[in-house]
Design a protein around this ligand. Sequence first.
Ligand SMILES: [Zn+2]
Length: 141
Amino acid sequence: MTLAQRPRPEADRDSAPWWAAVRRHELTVQRCEGCGALRFPARAICNRCRSRSYAWEPVEGTARVYSWIINHQVFMRSMADEVPFPIVLVRLDAGLGQGDDLLMYGNLADGDAEVLRAGLPVEAVFVDVDDETTVVHWRPR
Ligand SMILES: [Zn+2]
């Protein structure tokens, strides 16, 4: 099964701008216009100050592995030949020490799961699945 055959991520009201930026190969997070905090995942209201005002801001695509799983479950028959595969949760370097962690999920690019360890430095890799969809994978750096 190729990446193009996989189910597509579905953007919602809050995440649509993020997916549009990813399509441009740009990694972004929200910055609260009330208190200045960076946040991700996308949400309409700031956890800190309750402001509903925010802007999307580009960030460096560097991060460190926070955690991961090795998926052995065949959730879809069409992906049966891909298991097992790792899914990583990374903490962006952007925003470190500012409060909320900026955590993103993704596949491991160029990936042998044996390299995974907590704190492993990684970088975002933008993978164009087709003419409409781009996803973010994480590659050890
Ligand atoms: Zn705020």
